[in-house]
Design a protein around this ligand. Sequence first.
Ligand code: 8X3
Length: 261
Amino acid sequence: MKTVLITGASSGIGKACAFVFAESGIQNLIICGRRMDRLEELKSNLLKLHSLEIQILSFDIRSFDECKHALNSLPEELKSIDVLINNAGLAKGLDFIHEGKLEDWETMLDTNIKGLLYMTKLISAGMVSRQSGHIINICSTAGKEVYPKGNVYCASKFAVDALTKAIRQDLVSCGIRVSQVAPGHVENTEFALNRFDGDVERSKIYSDFNPLTAKDVADAIYFIASRPAHVNIQDILMMGTQQASSTVIDRSGRNYDAPTS
Ligand code: 8X3
């Protein structure tokens, strides 16, 4: 594992992955996102701790042309990506189907499904010609079971679940591994804030139980990526100890001293 590319690296699980993979001693890290200032800050924080090559790609994953242009702009030696972490994704809104906002639907479908497809198409072509590589998708418990008002977000994550299985079948004879992690509630992310349009009060959904942290999920992703070459972990479904399903959560209090980062 020499070169790792992470989408949605400016916050949450993507950012936590950047720290975990940088610490593991990889040579090149490509961090992608829309917010240049956040990516610059992440790069400088990573370089204070570790010595590796870090390349920033700032673009909108919802545009195929922008994805293509960003990847084409990579220096030649970074174009052979060994591990693609398809992390960029979000939930927008929590509404009954008849009250959902079209704009929220477009944002989720374009980011969570089409963005993942664009990056996978562009990067897997090189993996196929090299007959090696690893694609790791970030799914969700919402990709395993639907919940009230989750409609379009859940559908987008069911699509990720289907694509992980389908891409695995397509690339099985090419020496390429395809995996996913499907986490439940995760704190230290912008997930709730995005879902509720920046409404801080509504976003306080983790105050009465311990969810996973972004680092917990990043550790699972690193575990998947660091197995011996003959091992493909297809799927990890993970939740905090106090969460048993999308709707069954022990909200009796924060029972664990989980690390906050
Ligand atoms: C995040 C899990 O239950 O908030 O993907 O949709 S949930």
